[in-house]
Design a protein. Sequence first.
Length: 491
Amino acid sequence: MESHISLLLVVIPLIAAPIVAVLPRGRLPWAVALVVTLLCAVLAGMQLWAVLHDGVISYDLGGWAPPWGIEYRIDAVNAFVALIVASIAAITLPYALLSVEKEIPEHQIPLFYSAILLCLAGLLGITQTGDIFNVFVFLEISSLSSYALISLGKNRQALTSAYQYLVMGTIGATFYLIGVGLIYSQTGTLNMQDLATLLPEVFHLKTVSTGFAFIIIGIALKLALFPLHLWLPNAYTYAPSVVTVFLAATATKVALYVMLRILFIVFPGSFSFAAPTEELFIIAGITSIIIASIYAIYQEDVKRLLAYSSVAQIGYMALGIGFSSAMGVTATLIHLFNHALMKGALFMAVGAIIYRIGICRMGDIHGLGKQMPWTFAAIIIGGLSLIGVPGTAGFISKWYLVSAALDKEAWISIAVILVGSLFAVIYVGKIIEALYFKPVTDSGKLVKEVPLLLLLPTWVLVLANIYFGLNTELTVGVAERAVAILRIMSI
């Protein structure tokens, strides 16, 4: 059973997607999608447990042994990321019921849940496959469904945002595919483990270096790594609330996983960081943290503020990669998990505001903190985690990142991490000021708290921010196991 989990994680949502699309209107499509996501979360948990206790799982599709056939190869790295994706999906679907009914026309709801399942299948497929071309296939499945999901936003600007994302995403996918083609021309294989064995013999060829550069640029576009991030703020701002929650907590995390897999497993670290790769990641990370945080401070739309904050948080992860050390990559993996929790919680809380008042601009939420206390308490705790206050998951991320910087004596990076946290204090404080210290815009307006079906998933993620800020056994333990695999493979 353990060996089949990797295939089931992809096949179940992939088969369910067209079934959900033809179901009658109503809540049946949501119910089927919910069951599928819960099943995937359970399977992902079982897979991670199996990998941690029994070692690497290899599944040969069609009985064809690698490298001739496609292999699903699961270790602690991708099992960890798969659990994040599946768990976020399972938490998001209960939240989706009321939010989707509020924001999306009834006749499009079955198609919406179908697209969500297709996106989930694509993201999980990326985490499972051990074939570098298969990554492209699943990347396109998740991307195409994401474009459709973003375009369903009720604001007409959602269409423009989806189109902009489509253009940028297509460029990124094209770069990635060109890189894969160049690498294949010199090695004759697409299997990641086989590539790790064969590539050292052809590292001296310019074709390999060019292919590596194309792949990294393509993934950086999907990751929204500065300055290739321009599609992200609009996509997150104008997408339906549920789509923003799901993509913010999963899509960039999976792209980061692919980046780590390419840098440390497909291309051993000695090659990946022989060129100015290390400096480029550090520069991109520092620039992203500073510039995106400044942009966030001046945003009036709360979703857009948090979107720019996400670009800044990607910068922290890029810094960890740039340090090219065990501690740095551990910090990146921990922040990958913790950022999914904090941004998921924050975007859910923002979606709750939109559910009640239809908009989430600073001027429209003045004084609402006392009328929607549970929603805005979630924003406060999620914001504290984003800042990195002790006792929250965000603190653990920044603690390990600063430790990695100290090991490398990267004093400028340490200063940037601290300045980035101060910027986060400013833009989170800006939201809190609007909620609690500004007079209500309309004195006669009474806004009720949102239903439990929206609050409970939000608070699951809020409490997870606190729990994983106090108990790091899972996050740090699995991250260290994953880094051990990456380091062994990169020797």
